[in-house]
Write a protein that binds this ligand. Sequence first.
Ligand code: NAP
Length: 317
Amino acid sequence: MQKERVIIIGSGPAGLTAALYTARAQMDPLVIVGPQMGGQVAITHEVENYPGFVDGISGPDLIDVMSKQAERFGTRYAYEEVVEVDFTSGSPFTVKTHQNVYSADVVIVTAGASPRKLGVPGEDMLTGQGVSYCGTCDGFFFRGKDIVVIGGGDSALEEGIFLTRFANKVEIIHRRDELRGGATLQKRAFNNDKISFIWDTVVTEIRGDGMVNEVVLENVKTGEQTVHPTEGIFIFIGHYPNSNFLVDQLEMDEEGYVLTDELMRTSVPGVFAAGEIQDPIYRQVATSVGQGTAAAMQAEKWLSEHESELLEAVTAD
Ligand code: NAP
């Protein structure tokens, strides 16, 4: 078993910031990267709302500089995925990947979340080529275009309204004839001249030759299929936290988001969480960076308060 002081699970902005802070605090962190270095940001075309970059920065470039900055102070990266943890037995915690078994005095969980996909043909192939899951990130690239938004919740309404700043026309396609989103957002969407609704309808295919140019729609009441021209499709049918490996280990809400307090503590002392694994609300690089900072500072404090106990336990073994 490989012994570590600090393990950070996940390598998005929260994880890389926690790595930077713990590395600068001489805690020698190991980041277990997960399926993709940088998480969702790594597939974001351009980030224009993270302070410090006047002209914006591409998602991959931002992750590149963040990871190098953390590495400069001694962060190590393991390109592995966590499959199982034992947190309930207390510190030192066990973290298993396909390749290794680690023990860690303190753990910071930053495994992130993933946007729910429609799961229809064309979706994966055209992601980044007209298929998007983030209005804030990609709206700017749809200036003057006709686009569709999928979903009937607060995210679809809020992002649909936001996207009218750029798009010529926004059609919100919802699978029912009644919205799930709150009354205020509904009113704002209904009153927006650029927004119209297509009810009782699902997307069954996304088509395009290089870029999206049409979607196939199906009316769920009549079964009628139509081909609908569009230049972009924004999908807001919810997110899911990447917390399967934490079931029965940390307290979560009914959606699987890890519960934390204002000090980023989870239900297990010595395990902290930051970023989208515990944040269903903001989901921004800037907020994840702040949460990663707080988690790292609290992890450092927890470790310094418990170092002598951990040392005694090792000596007794
Ligand atoms: P959500 O409330 O779960 O809504 C998801 C929407 O997508 C629903 O309308 C759902 O349809 C639809 N949907 C789900 N699966 C689908 C599929 N396979 N095909 C087509 N449509 C599908 O998710 P959300 O809008 O991301 O909101 C998540 C949470 O964040 C909510 O609690 C929300 O209130 C909150 N939030 C708040 C704000 C705000 O207050 N400003 C902004 C954003 C989010 P059905 O309605 O038929 O189930």
